[in-house]
Design a protein around this ligand. Structure first.
Ligand SMILES: C=C(O[C@H]1C=CC=C(C(=O)O)[C@@H]1O)C(=O)O
Length: 323
């Protein structure tokens, strides 16, 4: 089963298994895994959603033998990453870690946690699914693509750079967002002659904010999947050049990102939308892993980058409901 909420909507949606059409699919970061959900999309009321509490005791698998990276380990790794960035003259490389949430014998009310995320992030795409023993939940507002089937308009955004809502932007974040914007402009330029780019502005997401630039372009539907595969993974979740950065991520992180930093495709009558899967967690019977990362540049401070991942983890953790 899958439940989700579109940005700026309060309606909870699910899929109705009477149809075999696949309107909702999750794509892993490295493209090796696709998790489709069969059925037409339908809305359900909050009462209906709350009828059966789903908690972590229902899940099939325990998380065993997981060793969490502590602040020191992570900062040491980032120091090596910065060396690699300088050596290869990279504008940025996005590195992540997994924060452990141990339930300490308690259980998590997943239905309530999903509702808390919906309330905390009205501008986000929020989802929750259990399938084949896997359980993930996430809430984020970055759009990889939104295609309007009626007028063939394609929208996307460059979203990067993170600070606490009350802080001021520094050169580091401004320089970190630029390669994302340039990358998107180059890709869209190959497929469209009329592209519009907005000013760069603040995008608030709970306790933090990002820099954001919007794009609109006229495209043809036949090119949609090509555009998505050229865009993904954008330098907001990977880096450029893509292949070198994807390899470096594998070397430095030493674990598969699975669905983190992948995307979710949702097709409705009017739109085909692709949401970037960040601020997400993988739930097990006894513990959960929160996936958090950040864009590292030659100017990064390893301590600030650690704090940034703490802030991002907090965005999920403060919404978790224990029963
Ligand atoms: C990779 C993540 O965030 C991306 C999206 C927005 C801001 C980012 C940053 O400031 O590093 C990242 O590019 C994450 O949240 O795990």
């Amino acid at each position: 089963m899958v439940y989700f909420k579109f940005p700026f909507s309060e309606n909870i949606c699910t899929t109705d298994s009477s149809s075999t059409k696949k309107w909702v699919s999750f794509f892993s970061f490295d493209g090796s895994e696709i998790l489709p959900f069969e059925g037409d999309i339908k809305q359900i009321s909050q009462q209906e959603f709350l009828k059966n509490e789903i908690n972590t005791h229902f899940l099939s698998f325990n998380l065993n033998g997981f060793e969490e990276e502590n602040q020191n380990d992570y900062q040491e790794k980032l120091a090596n990453v910065i060396g690699f960035i300088k050596q290869n003259n990279l504008s940025k490389l996005v590195i992540s870690r997994r924060e452990l949430l141990n339930y300490n014998g308690l259980k998590i009310n997943l239905t309530q946690t999903f509702l808390n995320l919906c309330k905390s992030y009205p501008n986000a795409f929020v989802y929750f699914f259990i399938k084949e023993g896997k359980c993930w939940m996430g809430a984020f507002s970055e759009i990889l693509g939104k295609f309007n089937k009626k007028n063939s308009q394609f929208e996307t955004m460059s979203l990067a750079g993170t600070i606490s809502v009350n802080d001021n932007w520094t050169k580091k974040e401004i320089e970190e967002q630029k390669p994302v914007t340039n990358f998107i402009r180059n890709v869209l330029g190959k497929f469209s002659e009329n592209m519009e780019q907005s000013e760069t502005y603040d995008h608030v997401s709970g306790n933090i904010k990002h820099l954001r630039t919007d794009f609109k372009a006229q495209i043809t539907q036949e090119n949609l999947e090509n555009i998505i595969s050229e865009l993904h993974p954008t330098p907001a979740v990977c880096g450029i050049p893509k292949d070198l950065c994807q390899n470096a991520i594998e070397q430095f992180e030493k674990y598969p990102r699975k669905l983190y930093a992948g995307y979710i495709k949702v097709e409705t009558e009017e739109y085909i939308q692709y949401f970037v899967n960040l601020r997400c967690a993988e739930f097990f019977k006894n513990a959960a892993l929160i996936y958090v990362g950040g864009g590292i540049t030659a100017e990064s401070s390893v301590e600030k980058e650690w704090q940034e991942t703490e802030l991002k983890a907090e965005a999920i953790l403060k919404n978790v409901a224990f029963t």
